[in-house]
Ligand binder design. Structure first.
Ligand SMILES: NC(=O)c1ccc[n+]([C@@H]2O[C@H](COP(=O)([O-])OP(=O)(O)OC[C@H]3O[C@@H](n4cnc5c(N)ncnc54)[C@H](O)[C@@H]3O)[C@@H](O)[C@H]2O)c1
Length: 349
């Protein structure tokens, strides 16, 4: 650590890498050291914007001593391929979602980080949004009574060019799935983070409006381990794209939010402060890209990156640690299995 700052390198120099670079450059406890991409021109273009070094040789990149940590921003199916050597080189890992596209590959990253004693923080910036934190606290305090329903709806839009302009989006091998694995994974993570693990799912999926291998529409019914039910409805076909909605109902309360705006906050036993929840919506906007994939405000990444750097500096676990990254992948893969077999999928305990 130089001057109390965490030296960070970025792996992959595409869309989300530019946001990573901006976040790192603006964080007092971080320093952007270098950017690696298989396409040297991409690494150079981003590195020159941020005044750091560009690399097209991964071993050379990983051997830079001032680099304490890396962020993984390559296509999803390559996250393990990049993260595991980084962990072996002693670099802490901040890995974009999904941690990888199968549970086996995600577990291999988790194990490599544990074995090499480096911190792993899988990106789920949506967890840092105000509604998510408020609902989680209400749930922990038992305000919902008996949980009965926890559901999410994502009616988003991606045009044909979004897929045709990329060599990895919309492929099983590198994207690991479609609307559910790529776009809706944040919503899936929120449902699990707040309502706990799934017990069983049944799903339908299809490719209805795009020329891609993976699904652009999917609907799943879930039974959670706590006995409640829910639906997950996702699409990248709904032009022009709408706000993502997440809803939780128990015998004593219901909360709903659209993106980071709370629309319902009703409890049978009101508490002080409840009245202000709807009227004092924060100016913050985590932003999730319902119409445009680059419409992501950097606040969530900033909060998670800040915690990641502080965890390194303070030698503690990050708020969002390695195993948290596997939960949504487990549910998503179970949903895909059900859609493929036409049978319910039961999760092992
Ligand atoms: N957290 C979020 O909200 C969010 C938003 C967008 C993307 N993502 C995730 O970030 C990742 C990247 O997405 P993107 O939209 O930036 O993709 P992108 O296609 O814009 O960029 C990927 C970059 O990786 C490079 N690359 C490919 N193979 C490589 C390799 N072997 N080594 C090094 N670089 C390599 C490509 O040249 C490209 O520059 C994906 O996993 C995606 O799911 C997360």
């Amino acid at each position: 650590m130089r001057n109390g700052k965490v030296g960070i390198g970025i792996v992959g120099a595409g869309n989300i890498a530019a946001l990573h670079a901006r976040v790192i450059a603006n964080l007092p406890q971080a320093e952007l050291i270098g950017i690696y991409d298989v396409k040297k021109a991409s690494a150079e273009a981003l590195a020159s914007q941020f005044g750091c070094q560009a690399f097209d040789d991964y071993s050379e990149f990983l051997s830079v001593a001032e680099m304490d940590a890396v962020t993984i921003a390559t296509p999803s199916g390559l996250h393990g391929t990049m993260a595991i050597p980084a962990a072996k080189a002693g670099k802490h890992v901040f890995c974009e979602k999904p941690l990888d596209i199968t549970l086996e590959k995600a577990d291999a990253i988790i194990q490599a980080c544990v074995k090499n004693n480096v911190i792993l923080s899988p990106v789920f910036q949506g967890r840092f949004a105000r509604p998510v934190q408020l609902v989680r606290e209400a749930m922990r305090n038992g305000r919902f009574g008996r949980m009965v329903l926890a559901s999410g709806q994502m009616r988003w839009y991606r045009g044909a060019a979004y897929y045709s302009g990329s060599n990895w989006r919309g492929t099983w091998k590198m994207d690991g799935g479609g609307a559910l694995m790529n776009q809706a994974i944040h919503m899936v993570d929120m449902l699990l983070y707040i309502n706990g693990a799934p017990d069983e799912v049944f799903a339908f999926s299809g490719t209805l409006t795009h020329s891609i291998e993976v699904e652009d529409n999917l609907c799943a019914a879930i039974k959670y381990r706590n006995g409640s039910f829910g639906t997950i409805e996702v699409s990248t076909s709904c032009a022009p794209g709408f706000h993502r909605r997440v809803e939780f109902s128990g015998s004593e309360g219901t909360v709903a939010f659209e993106e980071d705006k709370i629309t319902i906050w009703e409890f049978a036993k009101p508490q002080e402060g409840d009245d202000q929840i709807l009227t004092t919506q924060m100016e913050s906007r985590i932003g999730s890209g319902g119409r445009n994939p680059m419409d992501i405000n950097d606040m969530g990444h900033r909060m998670q990156m800040e915690d990641f750097c502080n965890a390194i500096l303070e030698n503690r676990e990050p708020l969002l640690g390695g195993r948290e990254g596997r939960r949504a992948i487990e549910l998503i893969c179970g949903i895909y299995e059900s859609a493929k077999t036409g049978k319910p999928y039961k999760f092992s305990r």
